[in-house]
Design a protein around this ligand. Structure first.
Ligand code: C5P
Length: 222
């Protein structure tokens, strides 16, 4: 691991879940721990980068020398991601963004009715990493693909559909790695290469990922 490989570079990283409010006391969210994104932020700082960590609600302290911007909803995460995007060299989307949010946030706590069935209407959230990858100038953009089957095929189609430079695929059907686990095993896919990294702690893996990301960033014409 070559320290200093990202000296002078600015890296934005999204991490953790988003929370989509229904009313002043309730929300829709997911079990993302934020561990992978925070480990990447630490590794990027150690490689010499200036890091902005755009984080949903998680229980992890802010890593040293990392600027954390705390957000709740996907819309807030998008806004924080687009702010000063022109300064960003590498954008890594490790957040587990809620795909949908309630169409409206009730002003007051929603009351229990007499009906057995309650309907909740949802609207699609913006795709943060795709929005970043389609802006100009575009940073070197890295996404994650957590899949339970046909992992590499889905990841390749996501790489193209979202206009990413690199996608990090992981198989979340395995309970020993991925979501909420301390370990992960991934495959890096770009338009021209596929490389698997063996199972390791998220922190060790983060070092290897930052090393691979900075190497690919440097070899990409821009
Ligand atoms: O489409 P899917 O959610 O599987 O894509 C995962 C990748 O896209 C991750 O890198 C995730 O952070 C990013 N993403 C995003 N905004 C969304 C949904 C996903 O940035 N609304």
């Amino acid at each position: 691991f070559q320290s200093g490989s990202l000296t002078g570079k600015t890296v934005f990283i999204t991490a953790g879940p988003t929370r989509e409010a229904m009313d002043p006391v309730r929300y829709i969210s997911n079990h993302s721990s934020g561990k992978m994104g925070y480990a990447l932020a630490e590794a990027a700082v150690e490689a010499g980068a200036k890091v902005k960590l755009i984080s949903g609600p998680v229980n992890i302290p802010v890593p040293e020398r990392v600027e954390r911007v705390s957000v709740e909803s996907a819309e807030e995460m998008l806004e924080a991601s687009m702010l000063d995007l022109g300064l960003c060299d590498i954008f890594i989307a490790a957040a587990a963004v809620a795909d949908y949010r309630p169409t409206a946030i009730a002003e007051h706590k929603i009351k229990k009715g007499s009906e057995e069935i309650m309907e909740l209407h949802l609207v699609k959230n913006p795709d943060i990493v795709a929005t970043v990858a389609n802006s100009s100038p575009k940073p070197f953009t890295v996404g994650f693909a957590a899949e339970t089957k046909d992992v590499l095929e889905y990841a390749r189609s996501k790489l193209e559909r979202k206009n990413l430079d690199l996608i990090i695929a992981n198989d979340v059907s395995r309970s020993d790695i991925g979501f909420n686990s301390d370990e992960n095993a991934v495959t890096l896919i770009s338009a021209s290469s596929t490389e698997s990294l063996p199972q390791a702690s998220k922190r060790q893996l983060a070092n290897r990922l930052i090393e691979r990301i900075s190497a690919q960033y440097k070899s990409t014409a821009r």
